[in-house]
Unconditional design. Structure first.
Ligand code: ARG
Length: 249
């Protein structure tokens, strides 16, 4: 009798544990890698959307998590490390204002694009720089590994690479360089925050770029789920609203 009761108790507790474990697995985490040095897409904030992280991408990541029934968590790292971390399986996806390029698409798969951007020039008011060609005899700061760096390399002009956008802006503010080439929305943020800087556009020199989420090559299961979520957010206006909210119009 006693043994039977004991067995029943053991079975009951095993079942309880199994149920708890089952619960845990439905609230599984999806790990997004980013580089939180890229306002308005990702930056550190006192009260962020996910922990200390905030921005358009972070809000998108959170919504994707909700849509696919997993908790979105953020792993912040250097921009240059993101694709390697993805390939290693350290993160499940990259959301980092990342431009789709042929080179990157060789090592990872990209989602449906969710944002259109372009490179622009930031310079000081009165610098006389009005086009990309004007950078030929100037000194330009770019961020290492960003598409802005690729652009200046392709143009063949003199440049220096820095780890962060804010470092490039400091160089410019302190007149250590003549210009910064960086993504449009991020440039707008920097110009709004630093007096005396202006944006110069050159749509002939700098083409359109599309931001998308990257997953491991061949991870179609996750890619399909992400695409479904992004397509919903594009069609119901969620992403446009996030743009308005974080770009401060
Ligand atoms: N769009 C550019 C690129 O893909 C810059 C992205 C930088 N993103 C970031 N989270 N730091 O190269």
């Amino acid at each position: 009798m006693k043994t039977k009761k004991l067995i029943a108790t053991v079975i009951a507790s095993v079942l309880a544990i199994a149920t708890l474990a089952g619960c845990g697995s439905t609230s599984k985490e999806i790990k997004f890698g980013t580089n939180a040095e890229f306002p308005p897409f990702e930056f550190i904030a006192a009260n962020g959307t996910i922990g200390e992280y905030d921005g358009i991408d972070i809000a998108i990541a959170k919504k994707i998590g909700e849509d696919i029934g997993q908790t979105a968590v953020i792993e912040n790292m250097e921009f240059d490390s993101l694709l390697v971390a993805l390939q290693n399986g350290q993160i499940d996806a990259v959301i980092a204002g990342m431009t789709v390029t042929e080179e990157r698409a060789e090592s990872v798969d990209f989602s449906t694009p969710y944002y259109q951007a372009t490179q622009v020039i930031i310079t000081k008011e009165g610098s006389g720089i009005t086009s990309a060609a004007d950078l030929a005899d100037k000194f330009t700061a770019v961020v290492q590994g960003y598409t802005g760096e690729t652009c200046i390399i392709e143009l063949g002009y003199k440049y220096e690479s820095f780890k962060k956008g804010t470092e490039c802006i400091m160089e410019l503010v302190n007149s250590k360089c003549d210009a910064v080439v960086i993504d449009s929305a991020t440039a707008a943020k920097y110009v709004a925050d630093n007096e005396g800087l202006v944006i110069v556009e050159d749509s002939e020199a700098f083409g359109n770029e599309e931001y998308a989420i990257a997953v491991q090559k061949g991870n179609t299961e996750l890619l399909n789920k992400i695409n479904k979520s992004i397509e919903k957010m594009l069609s119901d206006g969620t992403i446009a609203d996030l743009g308005d909210k974080y770009c401060g119009q």
